[in-house]
Structures are given as structure tokens and as C-alpha cells.
Design a protein around this ligand. Structure first.
Ligand SMILES: *[C@@H]1O[C@H](CO)[C@@H](O)[C@H](O)[C@H]1NC(C)=O
Ligand SMILES: *[C@@H]1O[C@H](CO)[C@@H](O)[C@H](O)[C@H]1NC(C)=O
Ligand SMILES: *[C@@H]1O[C@H](CO)[C@@H](O)[C@H](O)[C@H]1NC(C)=O
Ligand SMILES: *[C@@H]1O[C@H](CO)[C@@H](O)[C@H](O)[C@H]1NC(C)=O
Ligand SMILES: *[C@@H]1O[C@H](CO)[C@@H](O)[C@H](O)[C@H]1NC(C)=O
Ligand SMILES: *[C@@H]1O[C@H](CO)[C@@H](O)[C@H](O)[C@H]1NC(C)=O
Ligand SMILES: *[C@@H]1O[C@H](CO)[C@@H](O)[C@H](O)[C@H]1NC(C)=O
Ligand SMILES: *[C@@H]1O[C@H](CO)[C@@H](O)[C@H](O)[C@H]1NC(C)=O
Ligand SMILES: *[C@@H]1O[C@H](CO)[C@@H](O)[C@H](O)[C@H]1NC(C)=O
Ligand SMILES: [Cu+2]
Length: 656
């Protein structure tokens, strides 16, 4: 029955898709009802986004219990509930090399009001009879994304979610997860059993907090016993959802509290880097937006990471596991941004550099979405406060006096902003022409790039359980935001993008027809961004061929870990739709590498142009060029990646 309804809706959409180019640039459209509040989501493929929620009283049921997951159909903007058995509340997640998605950890089983599950050991619930959820603490859940061609209710489309068969060594809630070059995952830290921040106060036992903190890391698949990470102990208090980016050397940038390090995952060696300036925390629950900037031939594929917003609350204000010491909702979030280049190739010193302040004031729980035109969209979050929720603070002692219910943030930031890393300092932020949303997106909101280069925005629920009548209610309504490039009357329609990319090896040709861009062909071809290095040949009919390199092999797979990606061809700032590809061999393990692709010289043709009428047949091929101005950006940000809770932008993690 459900399948039947879907196919009817799909037909309906086929009609509307004729108007696909009529989306107003800078606008929000109704993205439909997500059925569960989208605390966490990821793009499975061109058809489906998967969304996850904590165990709570969602009216949508599956097997008679509140649903924690859905598959959201991009074309019809409708969600279908999926069975997730273990409480996935603030798990971490990542794509695997074969395109499957994995989530790790979560909370114990809970029932109504967030109470411990009815079956519990006095500390953690193992099951709740009302909500039907199991303990998610050690959980490892894997789903193989399905398409419209599959029956989403069929066994092969289901989450594998059975801790009796597959589990982590440790319970981890709010762990950081980062892929290594072999596609295995480092799973770092977390709470054992939750709380506002990861400490008692005063903090006399920073390593384990009497059993409440998990200062270790482990790998999936396992590479041995979980080991202590000294950095987790040193950053105790503000070390949940550590921010992690793999670097070309294979070391990992790890940022928590105000500390930073480069970590060698296989030897557990720590190299400390300078502290975050101005006492600003960017990890949960300060929740600053963060992203890796584009890796380009021009910057020699050197990663730079940007952190924006978060909170500079003084140490004692942060409180403890229970709640903050101050009324966070009255404490302005930071508006500052900092960049760091952890492995500079020019021998320069490693330190944070202040970047332009965000436009529109401070923001906690902002999220960066890397757009295929090289800009970064900032959405969601609040002007004041932090992530998390509580029934009180140490200043406001009673729930009924809490001015925003359980929300520890206030002042929803409705207005998106664009950050252009290629602009000179002082000119990087803009919001002209961008509509404001009307939906507060605070704790447990999410945003992700869709294959058509629009942005899906969903979630928000700073409440222990579903509450539709509070200040910042449980939110099921999704929105789709259309960046400014949706003004283009036509968009590139490249053909020839392969289904897989290797690290080095033979180049391939992508053809762009003349009908799918406008203007001079030489200008367009030389102003084209693929995710990879390329040269081009312009043809008489105005089409052009992009001779495209495979992934650069020089940093092995550290630069871009194996797994799924969206490949966009962006001409004069206008992206094509993304093509779903798999980078690497699709398996966990050392990735094969070959010599860097050798590209032919570019061939220009004066007089050729794009537009609906092919023209300029009289043009002749002129000189070749292989200079680097023709080399297009290798952008890490086109990864298909989920973005989770409160500004923890997971997408950037894989974009190393
Ligand atoms: C992808 O790999 C994971 C294990 O790493 C496995 O559980 C999953 O079934 C694989 N998916 C497919 C479609 O083979
Ligand atoms: C952050 O780390 C410092 C030690 O570097 C520690 O003194 C402080 O308490 C931590 N802050 C919080 C809020 O946990
Ligand atoms: C891009 O390709 C050109 C032509 O093969 C080559 O000269 C150049 O070094 C490549 N750039 C990078 C960064 O690999
Ligand atoms: C919803 O929130 C309001 C305001 O915070 C509160 O008074 C009410 O008890 C909450 N309802 C539920 C079901 O938690
Ligand atoms: C944010 O905090 C500032 C400083 O306390 C306060 O003046 C302002 O009213 C707050 N704004 C919101 C939207 O809560
Ligand atoms: C791009 O994707 C959108 C949404 O699926 C679709 O409507 C549109 O026709 C696609 N454009 C091209 C050129 O394939
Ligand atoms: C490339 O495209 C961008 C975006 O449209 C434009 O601003 C820029 O001027 C173009 N550059 C060239 C060399 O055509
Ligand atoms: C220039 O391009 C032509 C046509 O593709 C090719 O035959 C020639 O070898 C190229 N010359 C150089 C120097 O790359
Ligand atoms: C290459 O073409 C440009 C114009 O497209 C011209 O200015 C230049 O002289 C040419 N160089 C050679 C070596 O033919
Ligand atoms: Cu959370």
C-alpha cells in the first residue's frame, strides 16, 4: 500500500519537475513532514535521505512503537518510517567505503519524559516497554541505502541494529567519529551515560568522572582494545563530539574544549597545537559551525579548517552533567571565526588566524553546508546560549521559570548567510538576497546538501520528549533552501562521469553540451569546477570535453577517504546536479593507488559558445594551455554526508 502511494506521488512530481528551474533563488520551500524530528540525517543516494531521532513520543509508530527513523524521499518530500531498535539519540555517523552508512553509540533505552527504560539496572535502561527502544550506548547500526526502485520496507533496505551481534567495546554517547584512509573509523570519547557537559564539578576525576566519561578511542572494524586518549582527559568537561579532520599526512586534527592537537591514530601519538583563541569552545554544547575549506590545485590540496561561533562562556558557567551554572539563553554566542592550516606546506607556523566575524551576530549550533560553487552556506542555530536542554540552570531553579522551556538557547537565527573563502578578508560574508526562514532551528536541527545542489533543513527539538506547545517545539517540518545559483536559466548537464573514482590512474572525459550553459565556450571551459584536476577541449558546436583526473594519489586516501561522493560540474558558478560516485575500491582496507593522471593539453576554440542554439561553427582550435588557471578545484565538500545535531557538521569530517 505504501509503495503504491509513493508511485502515485512520484507521477505527480514528474509533472512538477518540469518547473524544476523555477525555484526562487535564496528562498525556502516547504520540505514536507519528516515524521520524526531530524536530529541527524544523511543522503543515501539521489533518491533518499535517511533521518534519525532520539527515542521519544513521536506520533508516527512502527511496529506499534514511536519511530526513531525514516527514509525521506527527495522527489516527493515524503517520509516513510523505518525500524531503528536502539536509542540513536546523539550517535555519531559516517559513510563506509561501499556507500553504506553507519551510526555509532547513543543513549540507553528511555521511556516517556526521557525516563530510564522500564528495564534498567538503576543507571541505564536496557529496554522500555512503552517506547519499545533498546539500549543504544554500544550500538553499531548499518544501512545499505535503497532507491526508488526498491521497496523501502523490504529486508535489504532495513537498518541492521542488533548489539547482541555487533557492538562497540564501550558505551559512547556523543562520540566523535572520523574515517581513516583505509575507510575504517576512529571512534573517539563520549559520555557513558549522558549529561549537559562531560564533567562533575568540581572536576576531580577528569579521566573517568567516576564512570560517567569515556576517555578512550576504538576503531570500527576493531584494531584492538580501546585505548585512553590523553587529550580527552585534558579537555575533560568539553570533550564530547570532538571535532575531527583527517590531514594529508594521516594525522587527525582533533579539537575540543579550547585545545587542539594533531593525533597519529595508529600509534596514539599526540602533537599539541595552539589553543583556540579567545576561550571559545566549538564542540557540543557550544556547537560552533565548522568545515574544511576547498582543497584546490592552487592551495596544493592543503587543508584549512574554519570554526565559527560557539561560546566563550567562562569555565564555571558551563556547570556539569546536570545543567549549566548560568542562564545560557541570556549569554550571547560568539560571532567570531578562526581558521587553522594544520599541515602547511610552506613551513609556516601553525596557529589560528582570526577570520571575518559572521554576519548577523553570534551563532551557536550554526551549520556550514559546503556548496558546489565553493561557497559555504551557514544555516540554523541561535543568537544566545548553547545546545542541550534542561529543566533548570543553577540560576533559574524551577522549570516553570525557565523562559524558553527546556531550551538552553534563545534567539533563533532565521537568516542564512554565505561565506566565500575565495574573497579577500573583510568581504567573505554576505546575506543579500537570502530569505529568512520562519522556523526556529535550535538543538537537534540538521541541514544537508541534496544532489540537485539545494539544501535540506530539518529538525529542532530542545525538549526531553515531544512537546508541540512549548517555546521551541518539536519540529517535523522540513524546508529546502535554494542557493543563489538557482537563478540560472540552464544548468550544466555533464555526461561521462564514471561510477567510481580511483586514487590516480587513467583520466576520463566528461562532456558538457552547449545547451546547458551560456556565454563564451573558452571562458566557460576554463571557469569550470569539477572535483578533480582537469583540462578541456572546446568543440565547434559549443560543447566541451573535460579531460578529468582521478583523485590525486599523492596523499594516498588521506586527502579524501574512500566512500561515496557527489560529483558536480560547476560552470561560471552554476553547478550541475551531483552524480553519485564511489571513491576508492568500495572496501575497507588499503586503497589501491596509481600514478597521477596525465592530462592532455587544453584546446580552446575561439567563437564557440553555449546557449540553446549551437553556433560558431566557423571557429578554429587555437593554442593549448596547461597552466594551473585551467586546473579546477578539488573540492572536499561535495561529499554526501550527514549532518547531525546542534551544529555538529559531520559532512566536513569525511571531507578531509
Ligand atoms: C558495506 O560494508 C558493511 C561493512 O563494512 C556491510 O555491513 C554492508 O553490508 C556493506 N554493504 C553492502 C551493500 O555490501
Ligand atoms: C577546559 O579545559 C581546561 C583545561 O585545559 C579545564 O580547566 C576546564 O575546566 C575545561 N572547561 C570545561 C568547561 O570543562
Ligand atoms: C593538473 O593537471 C595538469 C595537466 O596534467 C598538471 O600539469 C598539473 O600539475 C595538475 N595539477 C595538480 C595539482 O595535480
Ligand atoms: C511543554 O512545554 C511547556 C512549556 O515549557 C510545559 O509547560 C509543558 O509541561 C510541556 N509539555 C510536556 C508534555 O512536556
Ligand atoms: C541575548 O542575550 C543578550 C544579553 O544578555 C540579551 O540582551 C538579548 O535580549 C538576548 N536575546 C535573545 C533573543 O534572547
Ligand atoms: C536535476 O535534479 C532535479 C531534481 O531531481 C531534476 O528536477 C532536474 O531535472 C535535474 N536536472 C538535470 C539537468 O538532470
Ligand atoms: C567564473 O565564474 C564566476 C561565477 O560566475 C565569475 O564571477 C567569474 O568572473 C568567472 N571567471 C571567468 C574567468 O570567467
Ligand atoms: C596541442 O593540442 C593538439 C590537439 O589536441 C595536440 O595535437 C598537440 O600535441 C598539443 N600540443 C601541446 C604542446 O600540448
Ligand atoms: C594562445 O592564445 C591566446 C589567445 O587565446 C593568444 O593571445 C596567444 O598568443 C596564443 N599563444 C600561442 C603560443 O599561440
Ligand atoms: Cu543531542
Amino acid at each position: 500500500m505504501r509503495g503504491h502511494q509513493l508511485s502515485i506521488l512520484t507521477l505527480g512530481l514528474a509533472t512538477t519537475s518540469a518547473f524544476a528551474q523555477t525555484h526562487k533563488p535564496g528562498s525556502f520551500e516547504d520540505g514536507g513532514d519528516t515524521l520524526v524530528s531530524a536530529m541527524m540525517m544523511f543522503v543515501g543516494n539521489n533518491d533518499k535521505v535517511y533521518m534519525l531521532d532520539k527515542s521519544e513520543a513521536n506520533p508516527t509508530k512502527i511496529n506499534g512503537y514511536p519511530a526513531m527513523g525514516v527514509a525521506y524521499d527527495i522527489a516527493t518530500r515524503t517520509a516513510t518510517p523505518m525500524l531503528v531498535k536502539t536509542n540513536v539519540f546523539c550517535a555519531s555517523g559516517m559513510h563506509l567505503p561501499n556507500g553504506s552508512f553507519i551510526t555509532l553509540g547513543g543513549n540507553g533505552a528511555v521511556g516517556p519524559g526521557g525516563d530510564k527504560g522500564s528495564v534498567n539496572d538503576g543507571w541505564t535502561g536496557s529496554y522500555d516497554a512503552t517506547f519499545g527502544d533498546l539500549d543504544g550506548g554500544p550500538a553499531i547500526r548499518i544501512v545499505d541505502p535503497c532507491t526508488d526502485a526498491d521497496d523501502i520496507n523490504s529486508p535489504k533496505c532495513q537498518w541492521f541494529d542488533d548489539p547482541t551481534l555487533l557492538r562497540m567495546q564501550k558505551r559512547r554517547w556523543y562520540a566523535g567519529t572520523e574515517a581513516l584512509a583505509d575507510g575504517s573509523l576512529a571512534i573517539i570519547g563520549g559520555f557513558v551515560n549522558g549529561g549537559y557537559i562531560n564533567r562533575n564539578y568540581p572536576n576531580t576525576d577528569p579521566a573517568t568522572e567516576g564512570g560517567a566519561a569515556e576517555p578512550t578511542y576504538e576503531f570500527y572494524p576493531s584494531k584492538g582494545q580501546a585505548q585512553n586518549m590523553q587529550f580527552m582527559i585534558d579537555t575533560s568537561g568539553l570533550n564530547a563530539y570532538a571535532l575531527t579532520y583527517l590531514m594529508p599526512s594521516g594525522q587527525m586534527l582533533v579539537q575540543a574544549n579550547v585545545s587542539t592537537m594533531l593525533w597519529e591514530p595508529l600509534t596514539n601519538t599526540e602533537h599539541r597545537l595552539p589553543d583556540m583563541p579567545d576561550n571559545i569552545a566549538r564542540v557540543y554544547p557550544a556547537s560552533g559551525a565548522n568545515a574544511m575549506l576547498p582543497l584546490t590545485p592552487a592551495n596544493n590540496y592543503t587543508p584549512t579548517v574554519i570554526f565559527c561561533g560557539g561560546s566563550d562562556m567562562p569555565d564555571d558557567a558551563w556547570g556539569d552533567y546536570s545543567w549549566p551554572s548560568i542562564d545560557t539563553f541570556n549569554y550571547p554566542a560568539s560571532a567570531k571565526c578562526h581558521r587553522i592550516t594544520p599541515e602547511p606546506t610552506d613551513g609556516s607556523a601553525v596557529d589560528y588566524v582570526a577570520d571575518d566575524d559572521m554576519i548577523g551576530g553570534g551563532r551557536t549550533m550554526g551549520q556550514f553546508i559546503a556548496l558546489p560553487d565553493g561557497q559555504y552556506l551557514l544555516v540554523n542555530g541561535g543568537l544566545n546560549g548553547t545546545a542541550g536542554y534542561a529543566t533548570q540552570t543553577r540560576q533559574t531553579l524551577s522549570y516553570s521559570d525557565m523562559p524558553y522551556g527546556m531550551s538552553l538557547a534563545a534567539g533563533p537565527q532565521f537568516q542564512p548567510a554565505l561565506y566565500d573563502p575565495s574573497k579577500p578578508a573583510g568581504q567573505r560574508w554576505s546575506n543579500a538576497g537570502l530569505d529568512a526562514s520562519t522556523i526556529p532551528r535550535l538543538y537537534h536541527s540538521s541541514a544537508i546538501l541534496l544532489p540537485d545542489a539545494s539544501v535540506l533543513i530539518a529538525g529542532s527539538n530542545p525538549n526531553v520528549d515531544v512537546n508541540m506547545t512549548t517555546f521551541f517545539p518539536t519540529t517535523y517540518k522540513a524546508e529546502i533552501f535554494y542557493p543563489p545559483y538557482f537563478s540560472a536559466p540552464v544548468r550544466p548537464v555533464p555526461t561521462g562521469i564514471p561510477a567510481t573514482l580511483s586514487y590516480g590512474g587513467s583520466p576520463f572525459d566528461i562532456t558538457v553540451p552547449a545547451s546547458s550553459y551560456s556565454g563564451d565556450a573558452n571562458d566557460a571551459a576554463s571557469n569550470t569546477t569539477v572535483v578533480l584536476n582537469n583540462t578541456f577541449t572546446v568543440n565547434k558546436d559549443g560543447s566541451f570535453v573535460l579531460h578529468t583526473a582521478q583523485m590525486p594519489p599523492n596523499a594516498n586516501a588521506n586527502l579524501f577517504q574512500p566512500g561515496p561522493a557527489l560529483v558536480f560540474v560547476t560552470i561560471n558558478g552554476i553547478p550541475s546536479n551531483g552524480t553519485h560516485v564511489i571513491v576508492g575500491n568500495g572496501q575497507i582496507g588499503d586503497q589501491p593507488t596509481a600514478a597521477a593522471s596525465t592530462l592532455p593539453g587544453s584546446v580552446r576554440l575561439d567563437g564557440a559558445a553555449g546557449g540553446s542554439a549551437p553556433q560558431a561553427n566557423q571557429g578554429t582550435n587555437s593554442n593549448n594551455s596547461t597552466d594551473s588557471s585551467d586546473a579546477v578545484q578539488f573540492t572536499p565538500h561535495t561529499m554526501l554526508m550527514g549532518v547531525v545535531v546542534g551544529a555538529f557538521a559531520l559532512f566536513s569530517v569525511l571531507g578531509a
